[in-house]
Design a binder for this molecule. Sequence first.
Ligand SMILES: NC(=O)CC[C@H](N)C(=O)O
Length: 457
Amino acid sequence: MYSNIIGFNPMLADITAAQPRPFGKEVEQYLQRYPDTEHVDIYLNDLNGQFRGKRLPVAELFALEKGCYFPLSIYAMDLAGQVIEESGLGQQAGEPDRLCLPVPGTLRPCARDPQHHAQLLLTMKNAEGEACELEPRVVLQQILKRLQAKGYYPVIAAELEFYLHDPQQQPAVTGQCPTQSFSVDAPERHHALLNDIELQARLQALPLTGVVAEAASGQYELNLHHSARVLEACDQVLALKRLTRQIAEKHHQHACFMAKPCAQSAGSGLHFHISLQDEQGNNLLTGAPGELSDNMQQAMAGMLALMPASMAILAPNVNAFRRFRPGMHVPLRASWGHNNRTVALRLPCADSANQRIEYRLAGADANPYLAVAIILGGLLHGLEQPLPLPPSTNGYENDSAAPLSLNQREALTLFRRCQPLRELLGPAFCTLWYTCKTAELRRFEGQVTAAEVSWML
Ligand SMILES: NC(=O)CC[C@H](N)C(=O)O
């Protein structure tokens, strides 16, 4: 909610990509630092950002330089880990494997047992040996390449909300959710646990800059420092989620990243602050004092134009749509405004060098690679095909901004029909997303819910 108040000076951001170390060297250095390592989890992040892979004895680590194999169907799994046959990647295709390679710089200790257990992110190749177009990380990478080809270097900072709760109880159980945003005393209740998160984040070189108590009991926000290494920043969001879950478990708590775990309490968002630099590190969104630059107007107009069709990615399941309720600091329309937490694109107070957009639509359960691909795709769309910026709005009363689709089926239909998104995210990926999410929704709708049973049995 309140991250980046210390400053978002894009001039400070290092726009050069990290020099990848040869993987063997990275392993050697890691094992010098953690000589007692016994195991490593190697993983890909699937469509839902879940970790899929296997645990290996550490001796296998060196051999990974040449790669290893996992089934392509990892990118066709639903939230329950079932392969969606309608994708055509499942058993009817024989569930073929693809080559996977380590992502340089992602060998980190695992928070569950940092001295003995490591983890490593992989990336998949397609049948031709190119980056796999169905992998969310690759979808974002392609958009970044297009931006860089035009001399645009985005800078992003993530804010991730979640609930801590007793595993025997629901998060923010009704009646126990006093409003306590900003409370500096609230974190005292979870002092040891939050300290542990910070410590493990340091060990994993995740730039955690702050922890904020949010609007409901047990709800917190984690702020990551802004970075021009956009892919790495998204890797870090997912690593931070895993770390937080593991640390919570150690403290006999549960960390919940559902978008709306409790109907009566605040939902959890994944907000991104976005800025744009040129090669010299100048902020390209900055305008004359009191004015919005052309770039800023075009970037926002592009994001707003793609927003209704983007909901299917930013709210990736039935529960994610429940977050969009009035009075919960959540946008309900494709809106923008100055210093306003009810709009989709918030322009925070900032001095001229730090002007940026806060994109507030994604839920905490959204895939960060895809959410950022949507945001930067919208920005690119706006810069390439300038559109007029609609008037700013100020709160829920003003209904001049375009409505957003607030149910998953409608959102998926808009997504399928949106040609610019198809072009930005790639047709193969868009077909996969639509197919998997439609099948997942059908599975959900085919169930009898606990509410029906308790009301009617
Ligand atoms: N931190 C805030 O601005 C509140 C955001 C709100 N919890 C959300 O769901 O997005």
